[in-house]
Design a protein around this ligand. Sequence first.
Ligand SMILES: [Zn+2]
Length: 421
Amino acid sequence: MKTCVDLLIENVGRLLPGHEEALMGVSVAVDAGQIQAIGPAEKLAGLFDGSQTLDGTGKLLTAGFVDSHTHLVFGGERSGEFVQRCAGADYEHIASKGGGIRASVRMTRAADLQQLVDSARPRLQRMMESGSTTIEIKSGYGLDLENELKMLRAIRQLSEEFPIEIVATFMGAHEIPDEWRQDRAEYIRIICQQMIPQVAREGLAEFCDVFCERGVFDTQESIQILQAGLENGLKPKIHADELAASGGSLVAAQVGAISADHLMEVTTEGIEALKSAGVVPTLLPGTTFYLRKSGYAPARSLIDAGLEIAIATDRNPGSCTIESMLFIAGLSVMHMGLTPTEAIIAATRGGSHALGRGPLCGTIEAGKRADLILWDVPDEEVLIHEFANQVPRIVCAAGRIVFDSHIASIERSDLTSDQGV
Ligand SMILES: [Zn+2]
């Protein structure tokens, strides 16, 4: 007697990550939101009946992408800055004129909760359709108690609406708001004594993040804020060594951060500190690309030092609008020297570690959540080569098909015939 399961993905050509060594012709049985079994197609065909089946012949099956670093909830938009940058202005110059994060703060404060949710929804939808099944979202464009809470509530509402996992991070320490420029110590006191305790009381965030950088928060301030987070049960993350070697990696190691993100300017000493403290280096090549810089993070040095890296989109209103983790994986291969296999692993298993979800998702293994992407290509080399073009054939989140490219095509062709073309 065969066991009935929700979904049977049959005769897949290649699985990643989890069974890189597997031969052709593997099937995956999914039930109750989890991967139940993986094994030779013939064997599983004798054991399971799928309520729904998918033919994986000649196709690549990867784990769902884990995008561990985004700022995708925000008010307004900043395309004007992009055009200025392309005409030669640099980010620091634009920021000094009131642009950059501070412009998004003004527009986010002006938006109400529903406007924030409504504007973020299509971005999140596209990200899900491009294969991201776990997405971290940070606050940090409110920069006062009321507006930081509004952002986190918007993130919570999105997480209730979407069938994928959303992870919230409090980032009141994204920038010093204009009204506290003359008294930054007081703003840090508000973060530590008002914002963090309130966010924790309402259970609105799992992580606390800080922008440790020259002109933003220095190392001592970063430690103070991340310690306040820890005391309230928020696990530390940090924006580290992005524009300069500011000591962010050392802070990450000192406070036991789960990840240190950006790292374009990380030093050898910083790499050693990350390694000894077990911090996950999270690289965001989309931002380097989007800001038209050439100094990508030293991914090879990090990997060669024995660290498992994550890559993420850093989707935000200004310095990177890329939403596709596949595009980021492509940039990682082109500009950071990753192999296609390493890039897919960094986008899946690496991201799960950067969010403390290694046991839950990020690989294709029995017992893990059934977050899966079926691709219409035979392997990751072909996939990465086509990184700007490929869309998933199927995206499955916790065992549920949330995107099917064939259904999307049918809708488009219906539209065409309605118009009598
Ligand atoms: Zn960021």
